[in-house]
Write a protein that binds this ligand. Structure first.
Ligand code: 5GP
Length: 201
């Protein structure tokens, strides 16, 4: 994933930007667009125990680690948040987030709703955005079109979607819900949210 880390040494306050939503809603495309377009935006590389999918390289989208290593880091309090998602552990390393925020950068993290709630509570000025699919059928079509997961994994991810949306709503931690129907329009909407947040802070 690209980053705009070197662009413009800025004097603005760094911000954490959380993008959550059910699997297949287009979160990764939105994050990639933000990384290209927002000056000083960096990607938060999560650690996970899930095996890499075709083409994924450790250290880029994720750091792929063993369950034992995950547990060691968790006990050492190295994660800002952690979650379990369809049988695998995921966690956001704390240190790189803090360093980037201190340097005035936007830290983009694509994390699930359990993690988003933890971040919102620990980082009160985090901008938390939840991405919704236009409907569940389009979500199924996107997951099947991706051809990266087995049918059983797709079914588990779809079954989770309703619950995730309810948890996000009930938590009160997500100030923004955007429906990703037309990707370009959604990206523009997310950019507007971030700019509005920055100008009011
Ligand atoms: P995937 O396996 O499709 O890459 O990710 C599955 C889910 O885990 C997605 O909802 C993704 O946003 C979420 N996720 C990825 N990294 C993290 C993380 O560090 N923490 C949490 N809580 N969720 C994560």
């Amino acid at each position: 994933m690209s980053s705009n880390a070197g662009a413009e040494p800025s004097r603005r306050r760094g911000r954490v930007i959380v993008i959550s939503g059910p699997s297949g809603t287009g979160k990764t495309s939105i994050c990639n667009a933000l990384l290209r377009r927002l000056p000083g935006a960096v990607w938060s590389v999560s650690a996970t125990t899930r095996p890499p999918r075709g083409g994924e390289i450790s250290g880029q989208s994720y750091e792929f680690i063993s369950p034992q290593e995950f547990e060691r880091r968790e006990v050492a309090d190295e994660f800002l948040e952690t979650a379990e998602y369809v049988g695998h552990r995921y966690g956001t390393p704390r240190r790189p987030v803090q360093d980037a925020v201190d340097q005035g950068q936007y830290v983009i993290m694509e994390i699930d709703v359990q993690g988003g709630i933890q971040v919102a509570r620990k980082v009160p000025d985090a901008i938390c955005i939840f991405v919704l699919p236009p409907d569940l059928e389009s979500l199924r079509a996107r997951l099947e079109g991706r051809r990266t997961e087995a049918q059983e994994q797709i079914s588990r991810r779809l079954a989770k979607a309703d619950g995730e949306i309810a948890v996000a709503r009930d938590s009160g931690c997500y100030r923004y819900f955007v429906i990703n129907d037309v990707l370009e329009a959604t990206i523009a909407q997310v950019e507007q949210i971030i700019h509005a947040e920055q100008s009011h802070s």
